[in-house]
Design a protein around this ligand. Structure first.
Ligand SMILES: [Zn+2]
Length: 379
């Protein structure tokens, strides 16, 4: 597909202005003064919680969690399935082409609308025994676009036996694994009380830290734990909006992670604590928080957020008509005033994901969501 400009390209390590650019796929398009980037990876969310958007607000973490879990218990399989489709569609509209979603009912998804969706067995409390056979079963049936991935809620919610089972799979298989890590101060204290060590050290001892492990939140992680993550090639997932909204932020060690060569990814978390699914809008917060908290504006900018991009995808953004600058100034405005840009095109692996009509699954899911809200007495 030929995109006629002039265009600003921001593709990984370089920013340049070109007259036109050839994208994979058919057709041609004119988009003068637009910005072309790779599309985004939403490295952490819980898609079906789209149903719970805006329902519990202005609560501290533990009260929020209790109320959210009471509402989640009211969601049946059809609601969860519908929540996946609502969440996927919202991610697509935000310019995300790869999504990691930790939630039950992962085997209900039949269509990803062309997105790359990482889902799979999620261990939470006593649930999901025999993770190995659940994973094998899921791998045999996973629809196109789905990448089977292992998830565990956290160290403090799982019995040791389950953690060992997951570690055994990670030792035998080259599979991605995601776990909430050092999200709250209380969690770190609880893990220290139970195991006598900081969370990442416990995970390393159990065999849960590999080059495919993604440690989500990491706002209360120590430098010693970062050394462990670096040694194994594990990644951190920064979830700035959700952390701030629930007032559990701690301090995300972005600079320290970069100094150790640790890959930093970005996630939105669920709509129950964000409320959106825009990685772009979360990058703005990540950059602002980092400058503010380190008391240093210099080290954080467009070069530091390249871990947010999906190299297999492209997104074309149309700036608001009064933004006429090209090159780096346009990229700066994209990161710090993302509301002034509109998604014009989304492509993943040469396939056009947007623009397109709203899929029937999404329309049906919206009706189901309204019925859910009526059922719980909110409409
Ligand atoms: Zn989460």
């Amino acid at each position: 597909m030929l995109v006629r400009g002039p265009l600003t390209l921001w593709l990984g390590e370089r920013i340049e202005v070109v007259k036109e650019f050839e994208l994979p796929g058919e057709g041609d398009l004119s988009c003068p003064n637009c910005l072309l980037t790779h599309s985004f990876i939403n490295a952490h969310t819980h898609l079906p919680m789209a149903f719970l958007r805006g329902l519990v607000s202005e609560k501290n973490f533990w009260d929020w969690l209790r109320e959210i879990q009471e509402l989640e218990a009211l969601m049946d399989d059809k609601d969860v399935e519908a929540g996946y489709y609502l969440g996927l569609w919202e991610n697509l509209l935000a310019g995300n082409s790869t999504v990691y979603s930790m939630y039950r009912g992962y085997d209900l998804v039949r269509n990803t609308f062309g997105l790359e969706l990482h889902i799979g067995p999620i261990s939470f409390r006593e649930a999901e025994r025999d993770v190995s056979s659940l994973l094998e079963k899921f791998e045999r049936r996973a629809p196109p676009g789905v990448v089977p991935t292992l998830f565990a809620h956290s160290l403090y919610t799982l019995p040791l036996e389950r953690l060992r089972e997951i570690a055994q799979i990670l030792g035998e298989r080259d599979i991605e694994f995601q776990i909430h890590t050092s999200e709250t101060k209380e969690e770190v204290l609880e893990v220290k009380r139970r195991f006598g060590q900081y969370p990442v050290r416990v995970m390393e001892a159990l065999g849960l830290i590999t080059s495919k492990t993604m440690l989500v939140h990491a706002g209360w992680i120590t430098k010693g734990e970062l050394d462990i993550a670096a040694r194994h090639g594990a990644s951190l997932v920064h979830v700035p909006a959700s952390n701030a909204r629930l007032a559990i932020h701690g301090f995300f060690p972005w600079k320290e992670a970069e100094e150790r060569g640790i890959r930093v990814l970005f996630g939105t978390d669920s709509q129950a604590s964000n409320d959106g699914q825009s990685v772009l809008h979360d990058l703005r917060l990540a950059l602002l928080f980092a400058k503010d908290r380190y008391w240093d504006a210099e080290p954080f900018g467009w070069r530091n957020v390249v871990g947010a991009f999906d190299r297999g995808g492209f997104a074309l953004w149309k700036p608001n008509s009064f933004l006429t600058l090209h090159g780096k100034p346009l990229v700066n405005q994209f990161l710090y005033a993302p509301h002034l840009f509109k998604l014009r095109l989304l492509i993943k692996n040469g396939r056009l994901l947007y623009p397109r009509k709203t899929p029937p699954e999404v329309k049906k899911a919206k009706r189901r969501w309204i019925r859910f809200l009526e059922r719980i007495g909110l409409l």
